[in-house]
Design a protein around this ligand. Structure first.
Ligand code: SF4
Ligand code: SF4
Length: 468
């Protein structure tokens, strides 16, 4: 039997991208610093609040509340999460339609952590050429020390990433102490070490393979981009000329010389390939593996600057732009995504600003609906529930509106007094003379008039008085 000519599984090659300086590299670095600053520092930021722990961001599962600075999210507000997910999805569609996979190239966790892991690797093992040489050389003391140091720091960063995530779910100083004294819950250990393992695996060992083989976004991004989407693009007309690309030999050092020879501006230096974190050649056209990080743009700009030629042989460009047409940013699809983004933001703002911090309901007791008393008056009973979701004590006087001649009885309770997060359930009896109860159903309102607390305006709760 002859050997199968094509390997079934491609050989795995470690990519060692070369470092590059430029606009997009700087933007990526700034994004990385900011993201790390926010992620690792936030659980330690104190925040003074009357109830709950003094931690700016705290997801308190025991109290079923999320504290986000001054905002308190209760379990009932879970639809905000749905709105946030919707917003994230349409933002992704919107940005992809305009600038392709910019999210992948600059903001995705995988990109950020892989970038950080690569910086550590570069710090210990040196730049591309040194790393490739180290990989090829036999195991000796130098190789062992460098490899062990790299993987140890990676493991520490992966561990701190996992632990920092867990610190958002409890009061960080107490949780940290409990963690290192073996007093934390098994969920905390499981989450920390689980995240540590996945971070080490994804950012240290798998890197670009996660984007290519695990993340579904690379597969369906092509349906979201079109001829007007700006993506890093090689300009083949300029780069290849009529005779293709060529090294800058003696006669091909100047633009004029190259034009005369019919070759393009690409000097075939390969720098754009060497800096690419996913190891592709942008000159072969758009590829699904490209995370659109713009590093090849920086690389090519460096070469063009060094030769004193115009930048932009590789640039953010649309297919229409490349064909000398006009790039249309404003069209039905982008308007649609833009409107969906605005709609989701408006809904969230409206919903958050209108969040009721005192909630009151009145449920009529229906068995029986009413009672005719011995003196002829009609009695209805209600369960009045008041929930204080504010962070302060609150008290209310209770009265009735639009129910002529009615007398209210709350037993021994004179007014409602609630501590933060406290609920109260009161049986309220309402009596009316038969003369006042001529209508079968009379709509009225319970009125909670605040005497203390954050809420200053009266709260009206709709109900009905039922007569024979
Ligand atoms: S080809 Fe490589 S370097 Fe260029 S944008 Fe795509 S992933 Fe980045
Ligand atoms: S960096 Fe620019 S000049 Fe060099 S090979 Fe890539 S496209 Fe050609």
């Amino acid at each position: 039997m002859s050997d199968f000519p094509i390997p079934v599984v491609a050989e795995s090659v470690t990519i060692h991208p070369r470092s590059v300086k430029g606009r997009f590299r700087s933007f990526k670095s700034i994004t990385l610093y900011l993201a790390y600053l926010v992620y690792f520092i936030l659980p330690w930021v104190p925040w003074d609040r009357p109830v709950g722990q003094d931690q700016a961001i705290l997801f308190d599962m025991t109290a079923r509340k999320f504290y986000i600075f001054n905002l308190v999210v209760h379990a009932q507000d879970i639809f905000w999460l749905a709105a946030l997910l919707f917003l994230a999805a349409v933002l992704l569609f919107f940005s992809t339609a305009l600038v392709g996979r910019a999210f992948c190239g600059y903001f995705c966790f995988q990109t950020l952590w892989t970038d950080a892991f690569r910086s550590i690797e570069k710090l210990i093992q040196g730049d591309r050429v040194k790393r490739i040489r180290l990989d090829k050389q036999k195991w000796n003391a130098e190789k062992i020390i460098k490899k062990v140091s790299t993987h140890s720091i990676w493991l520490f960063l992966a561990f701190w990433t996992g632990l920092s995530f867990v610190l958002y779910w409890g009061y960080a100083p107490d949780l940290l102490k409990a963690f290192f004294t073996g007093q934390a819950s098994s969920v905390a250990y499981f989450s920390t070490f689980g995240l540590m393992a996945t971070t080490y695996l994804a950012a240290g060992l798998m890197r670009e393979k996660v984007c290519q083989h695990v993340c579904p976004y690379s597969r369906f991004q092509s349906v979201m981009i079109d001829k007007d989407t700006l993506i890093p693009t090689y300009d083949p007309e300029r780069g290849e000329g009529s005779q293709g690309r060529a090294k800058p030999t003696k006669l091909l050092k100047t633009i004029e010389g190259r034009k005369e020879a019919g070759v393009g501006d690409c000097v075939d230096c390969g720098l754009c390939v060497q800096v690419c974190p996913v190891g592709i050649d942008i000159r072969d056209g758009m590829q699904y593996a490209c995370i659109q990080c713009g590093l090849c743009v920086d690389a090519c700009d460096t070469i063009m600057d060094a030769r004193g030629w115009d930048r932009g042989l590789i640039r953010y460009e649309s297919e229409n732009g490349l064909e000398h047409g006009k790039t249309h940013f404003f069209k039905l699809r982008t308007y649609g995504y833009g409107l969906a983004v605005l709609g989701a933001v408006a809904f969230l703002l409206w919903s958050m600003s209108g969040k009721k911090i005192i909630e009151g309901t009145a449920r009529q007791i229906r068995s029986p609906l009413y009672v005719t008393m011995s003196d002829g008056r009609i009695l209805n009973r209600y369960v009045l529930k008041v929930d204080n979701k504010s962070m302060y004590d609150a008290s209310f006087d209770v009265s009735l509106k639009a129910l002529t001649g009615a007398v209210m009885d709350m037993g021994e309770i004179k007014d409602i007094y609630l501590k933060p997060d406290e609920k109260q359930r009161i049986i309220v009896k309402v009596r009316r003379s038969r003369a006042d109860s001529k209508t079968k159903n009379t709509s009225f309102q319970f009125v909670l008039t605040p005497t203390k607390g954050e809420v200053k305006e009266p709260i009206y709760i709709d109900s009905q008085f039922i007569s024979p």
